[in-house]
Design a binder for this molecule. Structure first.
Ligand code: SAM
Length: 386
């Protein structure tokens, strides 16, 4: 065990508890849930594992300082005082992300600029040279979080967002984030012992994430790089161990994962993505409409991200959701169906009583993830029931 330190994993609203479970599974301690974030402790190997294994984390931050500011100028002064030379070389590159909430500083862009100036000025004063800015692929990505008067300064061990797994080479009109897709599957409680189907799979994100989960492949397996690989304290041997250990933990999946879509073009894209993840042997793809799709017998989990009428606008959204309800009742007995949509009204026209409703965000769109348990004689509801 190395020295333990505090970390903060950022996630999407509604996925905090799932992320906390994931962090507990890899051995993190002192786990605390916050809004769109989970704080935890662990050593450097836990930091590597959190980046490699968390399906629902967006960034793993390592806080390095926090302080109060009363005026805008305080930010520059306090940032200047941090020993940045411990984290970055003069010849290195730097980027700053800032999130500002109800603070003395109103603009995140301005806060990021002042932070960058303070770091660069400190180097110039110490060495007469300065690190340069690289917003795409910096050696150190600094994260500033200003809430009211409190400023938290972290370095981002992930680098670019962890939702960018690396296997999705093409997308359709309205792709779901890989982190949200994985979060929905984990929320569904899928036991990996039963069938899994997405009958409106688009570019295949949900079925690819399901296949990763089913085979216990880390979501970070395909990524080209992580922020921590450029840090001064990077331990390549330990990182190698984390990856080798993960390889030995993969297992075979016996049941069926099916992705289908009415659009041939979408299925072609989905197949390319699955192939790039080397998951094409685990997923059966079909071009067919939801109405024609007959899922395998034996029950399982169905997850669906139908059009919401936002980015994909169907001719008659109410009719589409009514047809989804009819198809569920007719063909999906023995399945638990999880449907995410931002169209709360259309969801009512599925005509089945949801047994759970979970608030999630798909990008800026507030959504409901509704669970329908389909069994013989599933109860119909009045379409206006909430
Ligand atoms: C929001 S997109 C799904 C995006 C997908 N989750 C992804 O990550 O790419 C909705 C998909 O539903 C498909 N679709 C619409 N109506 C359908 C129907 N009746 N049967 C099957 N697929 C349908 C569309 O072709 C589209 O690919």
């Amino acid at each position: 065990m190395g020295e333990s330190f505090l970390m903060v994993a950022k996630t999407m609203s509604g996925l905090e508890e799932i992320l906390a479970n994931e962090l507990s599974d890899i051995g993190a301690t002192e786990i605390e849930i916050a809004n769109r974030a989970v704080s935890f402790r662990g050593d450097i190997s836990i930091m590597y594992k959190a980046n490699y294994w968390s399906r629902t984390a967006l960034h793993i931050l390592k806080p390095i300082a926090n302080f109060y500011i009363r005026r805008e100028e305080d930010l520059y002064k306090k940032i200047y005082d941090i020993k940045w030379e411990e984290y970055l070389n003069t010849s290195g590159t730097l980027a700053v992300d800032a999130v500002v909430n109800a603070s003395v500083m109103n603009h995140s862009h301005y806060a990021a600029l002042k932070t960058k100036d303070a770091i660069v000025d400190r180097f110039r004063d110490l060495t007469e040279r300065r690190p340069s800015i690289d917003t795409e692929n910096p050696d150190v990505r600094v994260n500033i979080h200003l809430f009211k008067n409190l400023c938290n300064v972290s370095i981002d061990s992930s680098g670019y967002s962890l939702h960018k797994r690396g296997y999705r080479i093409k997308t359709g009109a309205a792709p779901i984030s890989e982190v949200l897709a994985a979060g929905i599957i984990l929320l569904s409680g899928w036991d990996k012992q039963s069938n899994f189907i997405d009958p409106m799979c688009g570019s295949g994100t949900i079925v690819c994430e399901a296949a990763l989960i089913a085979n216990n492949i880390p979501p970070g397996y395909y990524r080209k790089s992580f922020g921590f690989e450029k840090w001064k304290d990077f331990d390549s041997e330990l990182w190698g161990k984390v990856k080798t250990e993960a390889l030995s933990q993969q297992y075979e999946f016996e049941n069926e994962i099916i992705g289908s879509d009415i659009s041939r073009e979408s299925i072609e894209i989905a197949m390319e993505n699955a192939k790039s993840a080397k998951l094409h042997k685990d997923i059966v793809f079909q071009v067919c409409s939801f109405e024609e799709q007959i899922p395998p017998e034996g029950g399982g989990i169905m997850v669906m991200n139908p059009p919401y009428g936002e980015r994909i606008v169907p001719e008659d959204i109410i009719k589409l959701y009514q047809e989804i309800g009819d198809g569920l009742k007719k063909n999906y007995k023995g399945y638990n169906a999880w449907i995410i949509s931002s169209d709360m009204n259309a969801l009512k026209f599925i005509g089945l009583r949801p047994t759970r409703k979970i608030a999630l965000f798909n990008g800026p769109l507030e959504c409901r993830l509704a669970k329908f348990e389909i069994y013989e004689g599933s109860k119909k509801t009045h379409k206006n029931e909430d």
